[in-house]
Design a protein around this ligand. Structure first.
Ligand code: NAP
Ligand code: ZN
Length: 346
């Protein structure tokens, strides 16, 4: 049994506190990782606040994990002590269903095992990356390329793959007009990745306050959704839209910006249902889709793509004592563009 230091929360309205959590002894195919950095995803906040449904507290969030291998089980073949590795939103799946066999473990028909707020195959609650160590089966670990720093690598494990996967799946590339709605953690990665894929990229943000950053990340155009003319000007423009907004928006207004056969993919996961007016879809054979993170193979592909194209998130590194403050700032859309916890401060 390994005792890890962690930051845990005891209820929806509670502040984070220091905690000690148990990590299992290494099974044959397990890897022990000393966590160096953990990103703060808006999903951590939705979960910690109980917005997506009941949660078993105490909860240690964190599914953007970057660290170093410090021990391996006797059957581990792909990793050794000292390797730079990452763990994202899931730590296991059945491995046998059609979706797992296709490498789409996130859509495991028996349900993937989330990195935190889940129950592992030993019946123990899973606890995430706001902690000094984690034990994960080697099939759910990815390798961090040498030219990506560990602090910058962390957000790629969720924000990176969650935007790379739909951009790749729906064919973002040369000749495609892609809009990114909301430029927070996910949104700013979507801009960088879509640009590197060769698409013409437009940001739709609440205001123009981050316009210079957006253009620097690779956006070709930047509009404020608070200005009604934006919707008139851009009507029927986009082949693909990636909605990263964490709150409920008037989604029908955004459908009107799609071309014939255009697709709006929701990756944002607000707790309340979105009200869809089907007429805004049927008029131009538009599609409304969703997408959840990406498979393990695709996550490695995304990391290698980022390494090759020199893509990294813009991060603000914080200490473990600043998690509550960071949550407040994320909720106020005051994040540039991902908070990353320096685990050595734990
Ligand atoms: P984030 O950093 O807070 O970014 C969300 C952005 O949405 C904000 O920066 C803001 O962008 C915009 N926004 C926020 N409130 C808004 C409002 N009321 N109206 C309009 N725009 C608003 O969050 P994130 O970490 O990127 O996560 C975004 C969402 O994706 C969350 O719901 C999260 O749970 C979800 N998520 C889903 C997956 C998946 O697998 N599908 C994975 C990770 C996260 P501007 O300031 O530019 O307007
Ligand atoms: Zn996430």
């Amino acid at each position: 049994m390994i005792i890890a230091k962690a930051r845990a929360v005891d209820g929806p309205d509670q502040q984070f506190r220091s905690a000690e959590i148990k990590r299992r002894d290494l099974d044959t195919n397990d890897v022990l990782i000393e966590i160096k950095y953990a990103g703060i995803c808006h999903s951590d906040i939705h979960t910690a606040h109980g917005e997506w449904g009941p949660v078993n507290y105490p909860l240690v969030p964190g599914h953007e994990i970057a660290g170093i291998v410090t021990d391996v089980g006797t059957g581990v073949s792909n990793y050794k002590v000292g390797d730079r590795v990452g763990v994202g939103c899931m730590v296991d799946s059945c491995g046998e269903c059609d979706n797992c066999r296709k490498g789409e473990e996130q859509y495991c028909l028996k349900g993937n095992i989330p990195t935190y707020a889940g129950v592992d195959k030993y019946g123990e609650p899973t606890q995430g990356g706001y902690s000094t160590h984690i034990v994960v089966v080697e099939d759910f670990i990815v390798r961090i390329p040498d030219n990506i720093a560990l602090d910058a690598a962390a957000p790629l494990l969720c924000a990176g793959i969650t935007t790379y996967s739909p951009l790749h799946h729906w064919g973002a590339g040369p000749g495609k007009k892609v809009a990114v709605v909301g430029m927070g953690g996910l949104g700013h990665m979507a801009v960088k990745i879509a640009h590197a894929m060769g698409a013409e990229v437009t940001v739709l943000s609440q205001s123009l306050s981050k316009k210079e950053d957006g253009l620097q990340f690779g956006a070709d155009h930047y509009f404020a959704t608070s200005e009604p003319e934006t919707f008139e000007k851009l009507a029927g423009t986009f082949d693909l839209m990636i909605n990263t907004v964490s709150a409920n928006i008037d989604i029908n207004a955004y459908f009107s910006l799609l071309t014939l056969d255009g697709t709006l993919v929701n990756v944002g996961a607000p707790a309340e249902p979105l009200a869809v007016n089907v007429f805004s879809l049927i008029g131009h054979r538009r599609s409304f889709a969703g997408s959840m993170i990406g498979g393990i193979r695709e996550t490695q592909e995304m990391l290698d793509f980022c390494a090759e194209h020199d893509i990294a998130p813009n991060i603000e590194v914080i200490s473990a004592d600043q998690i509550d403050e960071a949550y407040k700032r994320v909720l106020a859309s005051d994040v540039k563009y991902r908070f990353v916890i320096d685990i050595s401060t734990m």
